[in-house]
Design a protein around this ligand. Structure first.
Ligand code: C2E
Ligand code: CA
Ligand code: CA
Ligand code: CA
Length: 276
């Protein structure tokens, strides 16, 4: 510890040491998790609001921890980001999504994969996706990439290059968590983005909070004006789905339809007619 001041010494003590060692322990465990194949992808349906049919799925990572049970992204993605493991983790996610896409052969529609900022910076994503889709023999159109609004608008010039190359490869791109960052409308218009995902925070208040409802309506209209497909995430109530559909929102995703499901559970869900 630094000894150049009493305050620093007191601050850099038990609490920080404990946090640092918890971080290191989790980092080591995460590396093992990758090596031991403890990660899983679960898939959440995206439904067409007009006819209630399955349109595609979003892949969401989980960690089947040997002693702590099923861990959610919030439990480990932050450590993965800060340690840099997110790059390897993200590569596992992409690979697994391609493997699954080859099994499903489009039966679940497109599989959307979340890509993190560091993964976008450090990997030639386009080359890697090209490699994986070739290895598994799937059309790139089976995949969709979700990038958050903040990631895209953080460096729109750079994003433009990546999005252009993804589109050339035949991969569609969604702008995720829309409404939580700051979009430049002129960039939004020029970037090759196929899908706009309205953040759950706006969907939550749709129908109950008048201001939020009007914001949702405006965002749907914006997506339509830009010829993007619009997805509402986090739909939990029928009333939200109806309102959003009437606003012109194309797709809905949320617990109302299904939670994220393991591959086999999603197949059972579809077989039971839920995605009809
Ligand atoms: P996201 O991309 O915004 O994903 C949507 C999150 O909302 C998921 O949480 C999903 O389970 C949850 N959700 C869906 N419908 C509902 C609903 O009706 N109500 C509520 N309350 N929640 C709903 P999850 O799976 O815990 O993932 C959280 C975040 O972790 C994701 O947010 C994404 O940012 C990140 N993440 C998940 N998988 C990956 C991955 O493979 N790579 C990267 N880089 N990030 C991932
Ligand atoms: Ca997402
Ligand atoms: Ca989202
Ligand atoms: Ca969100």
């Amino acid at each position: 510890a630094k000894a150049d001041g009493k305050g620093v010494c007191r601050f850099f003590s038990a609490d920080m040491t404990e946090r640092a060692s918890r971080f290191l322990a989790m980092e080591m465990e995460l590396r093992q998790a990758l090596a031991r194949d403890e990660l899983e992808l679960h898939y959440q349906p995206k439904m067409s609001l007009a006819d209630g049919r399955l349109h595609g799925v979003e892949a969401l990572v989980r960690w089947r921890h040997p002693t702590r049970g099923l861990l959610m992204p919030a439990d480990f993605i932050p450590v993965a980001e800060d340690s840099g493991i997110i790059v390897a983790l993200g590569d596992w996610v992409l690979t697994e999504a391609c493997r699954q896409a080859a099994v499903w052969q489009g039966r679940m529609g497109t599989i959307a994969v979340n890509v993190s900022g560091r993964q976008m910076e450090r990997v030639d994503l386009v080359a890697r996706i090209g490699e994986l889709t070739a290895r598994y023999g799937i059309p790139p159109a089976y995949l969709q990439i979700e990038l958050t609004e903040s990631m895209i608008m953080g460096d729109p010039e750079r994003a433009a290059g990546l999005l252009g190359k993804l589109r050339e490869l035949g991969i569609t791109v969604a702008i995720d968590d829309f409404g939580t960052g700051y979009s430049s409308l002129s960039y939004l218009r020029r970037l090759p983005i196929d899908v706009l995902k309205i953040d759950r925070s706006f969907v939550l208040g749709t129908g109950t909070d008048q201001e939020v409802t009007e914001i949702a309506r405006t965002v749907v209209a914006l997506g339509q004006a830009l010829r993007m497909a619009v997805v509402a995430e986090g739909i939990e109530a029928e009333a939200q789905a109806t309102l959003l559909r009437d606003m012109g929102c194309d797709l809905g995703q949320g617990y109302l339809y299904a939670e994220p499901l393991a591959a086999a559970a999603l197949e059972a869900w579809l077989a039971a007619g839920r995605g009809a």
